[in-house]
Ligand binder design. Sequence first.
Ligand code: ZN
Length: 501
Amino acid sequence: MSTREIYDQFHRHIRRLGDLRTASHVLEWDQETYMPPKGATARGQVLGTLAGLAHDQLTSDRLGRWIDEMLAASSELDERQRANVREVQRDRERARKLPRELVERLSLAASRGLEVWKHARETNRFALFAPELEKQVELQREVAEAYGYTGHPYDALLEGYEPGARVADLDPLFRELEEVLVPLVRAIQTSETPIDSSILRGDFPPERQKKFALEVIAAIGFDLDAGRVDVSAHPFCSGFAPQDVRLTTRFSPRDLRPAVFGLFHEAGHGLYEQGLEPSERGLPIGQAVSMGVHESQSRLWENVIGRSRPFWQRFFPRIESLFPMLFGRDMEDFYRAINAVEPSFIRVEADEVTYNLHIILRYQIEKALLSRELAVKDLPTAWNEKMRTLLGVTPPDDAQGVLQDVHWSMGAFGYFPTYALGNLYAAQIHRQAQLELPRLWSDIAAGRFAPLREWLREKVHRNGRRWLPRQLLKEITGEPPSAEFFCDYLRRKYGELYRLG
Ligand code: ZN
């Protein structure tokens, strides 16, 4: 067979593997939105079968031989094809490093951990969760050893969420963030012009929230003929294909922020999924490159654009017309209220200034657990101490402290840093967009979102996994990931909002 023919075989094989994964995603989406509670056991079995089939496809000897032959004759492939082969090889090597019995133990520990965590959080008893968490930490150490690493064992776990990210890069990035954010939060708290956010409390009928949010996401370019919006307890975005992207949100009748900003956020993820190259569906070039880059797209639309003054110059008259309690109110008061900064206990409710401090706390703790510098039994104390140092608040109980997130119960160690990276990438990418699109803000004030959306499509979405995240940032902005742009963005925006000196 010629290299060209081998590539065609490879392409078909990987496309079929992608179809298996898509089937799993559809079932997972259904599980979170419409499946009745009693369906959980059967659904778990079906998902297990599909995961096993996908694993066999990825680790098959036949695929290994094709990859070896193509790597030996890679000059006969074009750049996109080479990237597809390289990235499938990366996935395959990683998948082959975990023995099947370890995968099964991980899956059991995750479903059991999730169940125990739910109960522990509801009853506010860390002691109940501690033995499960100890098992999870042990398992994650085993996983890190199985994958292998050259620096910190945490590197092996990061790789699963942010390929190429290393502790050696994240440590200085997060240290710089901490040095800027902690004094910025203090300065905001002692500002002589605090923000009154009472304008956001009142009666906001969910059906009108939905109407407004759908109008906005359609305006920024989320194609509702190639996607839909449903309700779920934990909002998410799932892309089955660029032409079929599912978003979810949740409604709070007394506060429009969770639904409205939550949906802007998910629509940012959705635009990434809709912007992937359709002809490469299922192949690496047709896939999002990392959790961090995905999060950069959601944060950019939710915060950098969706919490900006020009954006609300465009949309305040509309939201005012939908909710009687906003009639005749000043847009500036609304703009200030949606940007109020207030250190709080719960990460998912945090504003854009304090949010990354919640992530830094989790990052430090995950590393310390993995390297045995911190024991699970000492975790609540360590958590509360770090909350005091970083945010100046102490959680009243563990349910609002160390037990608040689902991630550790399922063994998702190494995931948290991607949220902070998303914020940093968003600011860095947006700075470049401003340089290349000088009319960006006046376009947004006029409701013209296509220039920014198309720019992101070309610079980010269409590239899929052509480069690793670090290289992608370099290609777009000329520089590797940096905390500088995010810190500048916050200083400028919040310096003005809180009239800091
Ligand atoms: Zn997100």
